[in-house]
Design a protein around this ligand. Structure first.
Ligand code: MN3
Length: 334
């Protein structure tokens, strides 16, 4: 009984230590040598215990004592453009490698019916998907990744990113949730394959666990974070939001030059927001009405500005516009 108590205290202390270092190196489900001869044991060991470990260590270092410390890895990555290089590179490095280990296996399982059906309807066959991934991986200049992702409208897309970026990040041209990633940094293959990236890309299919990818596909489609990415990737909404924030907040502090100078820009952003197609899951009649209200609001402010109306009148309309914008934000949450 006493022994169990001591063990449980020790485990609790362990947890405390883990919490102090929020991100940890995941264990592999197989031995380093298990993927031989396709990926050699030494590459696997260095890749996992040195490279991946360094991303984890440096990520923890970058966020310790900051607000970012309490955020999930996806939340750290989504606005990568506004984060430090240390967070962008190391959060990406940790996330990407964690995914990579999970989709490799010494005894790969078969793709699910659901995943195979999606692949066939998007890419015609599994073989053509493999070809597309191989091309994405072999044409990636320098270090980076080739990806299969699930987009916010639940489609499968192949693309590639440089460095440790991925489709969750706002810096990525394609957005979505990665379900298959191939590491094409030299550290992933150089010891065995040297400069022959193509040979590594041929061998990797022998240890690619399509069953694991299928599971990730099913999970990604139901992942609530997909909607967060969808909203983040809604360019017209982001652009309008930026002009509004940069004119409304100064006005709140009594500075009306920004709104008087930028109202033309604001009207054109509101037109784009109202006239361009909306992301699939936000395209509702309520949302259409909300963007029309926004456009009407900006046009009214434009009239006030050209009539040289006083600040009080401007502030009333701006406050109304800001409230109306929050209706859109609210509709995005549901
Ligand atoms: Mn790597």
């Amino acid at each position: 009984m006493k022994k169990i108590f001591i063990i449980s205290i020790a485990l609790t202390m362990c947890d405390m230590f883990v919490n102090a270092q929020p991100f940890t190196l995941p264990k592999l489900n197989y031995e380093y040598k298990a993927l031989e001869p396709n990926i050699d044991a030494q590459t696997m060991e260095i890749h996992h215990t040195k490279h991946h470990q360094a991303y984890v260590t440096n990520l923890n270092k970058a966020i310790v004592g900051t607000k970012a410390e309490t955020l999930k890895i996806e939340e750290l990555m989504i606005n990568a453009s506004k984060r430090s290089d240390a967070i962008r590179n190391n959060a990406g490095g940790h996330y990407n490698h964690s995914l990579f280990w999970e989709i490799l296996s010494p005894s790969p399982s078969e793709a699910s019916m659901e995943f195979t059906k999606a692949v066939n309807s998007t890419f015609v066959s599994m073989d053509s998907l493999k070809k597309l991934l191989t091309t994405a991986a072999s044409t990636r200049f320098g270090s980076g990744w080739a990806w299969l992702i699930v987009t916010p409208d639940k489609k499968l897309v192949v693309h590639s990113t440089g460095n440790q970026d991925n489709a969750i990040m706002d810096v990525s041209e394609k957005r979505g949730i990665p379900i298959l990633g191939i590491d094409v940094w030299e550290h992933a293959y150089y010891l065995k394959y040297q400069n022959k990236r193509g040979d590594y890309l041929t061998a990797i299919w022998n240890v690619l666990d399509w069953g694991a990818v299928s599971k990730k596909y099913a999970e990604a489609k139901n992942n609530p974070f997909l909607k967060v990415i969808e909203k983040d990737a809604w360019k017209e909404l982001k652009d309008f939001h930026m002009v509004m924030a940069q004119t409304f907040h100064p006005a709140e502090e009594g500075k009306f030059e920004p709104i008087r100078e930028r109202i033309g820009e604001m009207v054109s952003k509101a037109k784009l927001l109202n006239n361009n197609p909306m992301p699939t899951s936000f395209a509702t009649p309520e949302m259409k009405k909300a963007t029309e209200t926004i456009l009407k609001g900006t046009e009214e402010i434009n009239k006030l500005v050209s009539k040289k109306a006083d600040n009080k009148k401007l502030m009333d309309k701006l406050t109304k516009l800001h409230d109306d914008f929050h209706v859109i934000q609210g509709l995005c949450e549901h």
